[in-house]
Design a binder for this molecule. Sequence first.
Ligand SMILES: [Mn+2]
Length: 212
Amino acid sequence: MNLEIKQTILEKIREYDRILLFRHFRPDGDAVGSTKGLQAIIKATWPEKEVYHVNEDYSDYLEFMGPENDPVPEDFFSNALGIVIDTATLERTSSQKHSLCRELIKIDHHIDVSPYGDYSWVEEHRSSACELIVDFYNTFSDELVMTKEAATYLYTGMVTDSGRFRFRSVTGETMRLAGILLDYGIDTETLYAHLYLEEFSQLNSRPMYMTP
Ligand SMILES: [Mn+2]
């Protein structure tokens, strides 16, 4: 599905030595997982490329997904390819510096009310943006390199955006793609411990009248 745009995106990633990844503000597991996951795949496939995130906010509860990059120098942008993932409109990006990139790609699974970018790949039926990134990897698995680190980021996004695979958006394809990630030996017990710990702390911070 959508092979042509996926091929274009692969060509663009091959072409650029500098790639900057963007996500929406107030990030969730899918926003962090999809950008960090794609970053890890690109770095494993082309170690010489410079790949960074450009974000101006973060979510404390996702601390277990690792730190943000240091700020990227201003002169870095004009020769860079920007990729915005899991973000329906450009206004929602965590940093507006995407406008400084030479070219911009949109990869998303939200309703495409506000198309943007020089190239756009949107599949609204997908349960998560991470599912799209795993599909991208799977389409070009003869060239792209998956790692346990990348698989863990991507699996975290798939799990969180699908309500632990409970939502109707979960398809057979979702589970087949998640299966590819599990083959990389993800520590799912630790992952779920982090996620349930987060739910527990949210529960505890509710107003008194909501507790039994
Ligand atoms: Mn999402």
